[in-house]
Write a protein that binds this ligand. Sequence first.
Ligand code: NAD
Length: 524
Amino acid sequence: MSITAEPRTPADNSSVTTAGTQPPLNTFETFDPRTNTLIAEIEEMGPEQVEQAVDRARYLAGAWSALTYKERSRHLLHVRDRLLNSAEELVDTICAETGKQRAEAVTTELMAVCETIGWYAKNGGQVLMPQSVAPGLMAHKKAWKRYEPLGVIGVISPWNYPFTLSMTPVITALFAGNTVVLKPSEVTPTVGLAIGELFEDENWGDIVQVVTGGGATGEALVRSGVDKVCFTGSVRTGKRVMAAAADSLTPVLLELGGKDPMIVCADADLARASKGAVWGAFQNSGQTCMSVERFYVEEAVFEDFVERVLVETAQIRQNASGGDIGSMTFAPQLAIVEDHIADAVSKGARILAGGKRLDQPGLWFEPTVLVDVDHTMSIMVEETFGPVMPIMSVKDPEEGLRLANDSIYGLNSSVWTSDQQLGISIANRLEAGNVCINDCIVSYAIPGLPFGGVKQSGIGRVHGPEGLREFSSVKSVMSSRVTTPREMWWFPVPKALEALGITSARARFGTTLATRIKRFKRTT
Ligand code: NAD
């Protein structure tokens, strides 16, 4: 990796050359979005390098999978120690490529990963223990299932949480006994390389290989023969990944985008709801897959809620030296934010706060509050992924619920009410993989809770037992309790089998008067 400190903007391609020479074709550049200055020039790896990385990972897969859960945990806990020892440098690297605030990087990236490692070290062995299964009709047999590693996992990650969203699948895959090839986002490659360094170890250095590059490198990884792809990113790219994986029937775990709704009922604690709303919309400059991106507020409290939101928004500190929110990360994303706002305004939305870039270098965009919005506007139906809060008035919580479910997405969601029963009733009917009652986003911070989307927000889960088993193959095993010369149904089929079958089916499944009475009692 070559590092240059010379200020340069991403769009300013002419200044990329040195002394009249073109940059080598196989490199790309990464920038600090707070200042638009160049951070590093990084190698763009092609299919051959990707295959070599997969081969190296596969070479170690057998030996790594032979370790016990305790041994794998010990290794991951060493990685956590290394992470903690270099915490400040990691935060520097994360903030330089994303523009996020340091405290945000510490809590949402480092702490989240430390917690997840701890959860797997404590609970993972139990989750992957072989489990016996009742043999049912096969009473003379015993049956069990065991979880086995898949082999080599390809992890492709995005730029918005470049550490957490790379490390979470990486450590989960490793705990389950796989080795990994990681392709970090081309927007945040130095974070990916820092992850590779965390795993450098005399004996096990190759269990995590990092390949750098853009979409072509990612596609090469999908087509490389890895045993599963864990992709986190946009719906658009997720569809491409799934299509490419279909050629070899490579399984995919897809963690995709969202348009997370927040329903505010008239009986909600408005002080808490408005503060939570502002945080949910603007933390990480709105660049969280679970950012709250649309607000449905009961008309009885709409004005009060909006006023409170404006007061909270006015207090947000946005600067590079320790404010509440940082810059945005990726110039094309900022352009989408501006497009969505322009579309909404052209259709009648009003901007009550923000609405434009800060007048300074870098990708800074003001926290923005919009009202008079509806579902004809892209701001209410497409992922914006920026610091924008469109608030819509609804007649009652049921209308809020209907509009919340009127979406191709289903990642996270929230309902705010002081009536716990109402909250649970709405939570149960929200079409989303995750729901928070009187809170938002932070359900992801519970590593025992599976996380993932429904509808076009994804396929599969990370975190929790379900997340760990995503990186395993389940093998079903059956064996005999007693050895007999033959099974009853083998050839030649005994004449008595038909009659015996009917008699035993009636005995087993037929309803006698006694069982009917028992059933009646159970259901009344
Ligand atoms: P993206 O889809 O543009 O890129 C994600 C990754 O895919 C990058 O590493 C990129 O290089 C790679 N890629 C691009 N084309 C590819 C291809 N054809 N084959 C294989 N890989 C390819 O997403 P992004 O802009 O980096 O991230 C933002 C998106 O990610 C948002 O939509 C956000 O909601 C989503 N996201 C989802 C979750 C989740 O857990 N559900 C978490 C964070 C972000």
